[in-house]
Write a protein that binds this ligand. Structure first.
Ligand code: COA
Length: 337
């Protein structure tokens, strides 16, 4: 009996937004006991972007979304669902996605936030893919956006050198039949996981039901990101490799079939170790960490959009995405552009 393949989803357009303020390693060396040499060597980061006062998370998300819609040739009214991956929402309630819906002028489509930290975009892509593949939705907007500078302790050298602000977006829709003889485009596979036992390794301890915001929580800096860097590092190398291997297997592929790796830009050393284990040559690895730092859920869609607009990644190229962050949550996706 012939097997009935579900229709595929495809990325129809991407966009990104980076705020204009640049904070260099030299700037940070004036704020905390660090140096350009240490940051560059240990992370690969040279500078990051900081959102100016008055700019909020949904502003950046909407800017990236408008670019993605234009690239997809769609109007906001054609969007059936909005998923915003973020751990730095405009407000605790309602969802940042609701503000994005209003700012881009979308209709009354479901709009919700997804809390998977740095893995937020890959989780969102996976959810969007399911809704499109089952025919429930036609066009889904997935945004990864973070305004981490507002939850960063700028006196803590172990975290403040890492993060940056930004947004990236993708509009997904049905892949369609594709061109005769061409390999099928679209989301070929995804793999997402969470290990909650590692939750304490990366968190914002205050501001929730455990420690509601009070003078004491602010005095203790519980409203900022706290991270056990080495624990996260080890988990990242192990799990980004396994998720990528998993997604490749599900797509019936090997790393030889991959044109580009578009990994979460957390630390150049993590990416180097993961691609080395996957045996992917360095010329196939997309990278922008030097200029944008770790933008959490925005990382992959910013890098993908920059690479597409620069003409580096082309239609028909197969991209392996992988990301890991607080949760600890991680995931991978194989997408043919
Ligand atoms: N400048 C100078 N020295 C610094 C520093 C900085 N910005 N940050 C830490 N150090 C010091 C530490 O205090 C420590 O000093 P000590 O040996 O005297 O105690 C030393 O450098 C080594 O610290 P360590 O934490 O072992 O460094 P590391 O090589 O593990 O690098 C991270 C730290 C944070 C860059 C790294 O652990 C990392 O990238 N972790 C993963 C982050 C991540 O992926 N997050 C993902 C999701 S957001």
């Amino acid at each position: 009996m012939p097997t009935l393949a579900l229709p595929r989803s495809r990325i129809l357009g991407t966009g990104h937004y980076l705020p204009s303020i640049v904070r260099t390693n030299a700037d940070l060396a004036k704020m905390v006991d660090t140096s350009d040499e240490w940051i560059t060597e240990r992370t690969g980061i040279k500078e990051r972007r900081i959102a100016p006062e008055g700019v909020v998370t949904s502003d950046m998300a909407a800017a990236a979304a408008r670019e993605a819609l234009a690239a997809a040739g769609l109007d906001a009214s054609q969007i059936d669902m909005i998923i915003v991956g973020t751990v730095t929402p405009d407000v605790p309630m309602p969802a940042t996605a609701a503000f994005v819906q209003q700012k881009i002028g979308a209709g009354h489509c479901p709009a919700f936030d997804l809390s998977a930290a740095c893995a937020g975009f890959v989780f969102g892509l996976s959810i969007a893919d399911q809704f499109i593949a089952t025919g429930q939705m036609k066009h889904v907007l997935v945004v990864g956006v973070e305004l981490l500078s507002r939850v960063t302790d700028w006196t803590d050298r172990t975290t403040c050198v890492l993060f940056g602000d930004g947004a990236g977006a993708a509009v997904l829709g049905p892949a369609g039949p594709g061109r005769d003889g061409a390999k099928p485009r679209g989301v070929l596979s995804t793999s997402i996981s969470t290990d909650g036992s590692l939750a304490p390794a990366l968190r914002i301890p205050g501001g929730g039901s455990v420690a509601p915001t009070s003078h004491a929580t602010v005095d203790q800096k519980l409203n900022f990101v706290h991270m056990k860097g080495q624990d996260v590092f080890k988990s990242a190398v192990k799990n980004l490799y396994s998720a990528s291997a998993n997604a490749l297997e599900r797509a019936g592929m090997t790393t030889a079939d991959i044109d580009w790796v578009c990994a979460h830009q957390a630390n150049k050393r993590i990416i180097d170790q993961v691609v080395s284990r996957l045996e992917v040559p360095s010329e196939k690895v997309l990278m922008n960490i030097e200029r944008v730092g770790n933008t959490s859920s925005a990382s992959i869609p910013i890098l993908l959009d920059q690479s597409l607009r620069a003409g580096k990644v082309h239609e028909g190229d197969t991209v392996l995405m992988c990301a890991l962050g607080a949760g600890i949550s991680w995931g991978s996706a194989i997408v043919r552009i």
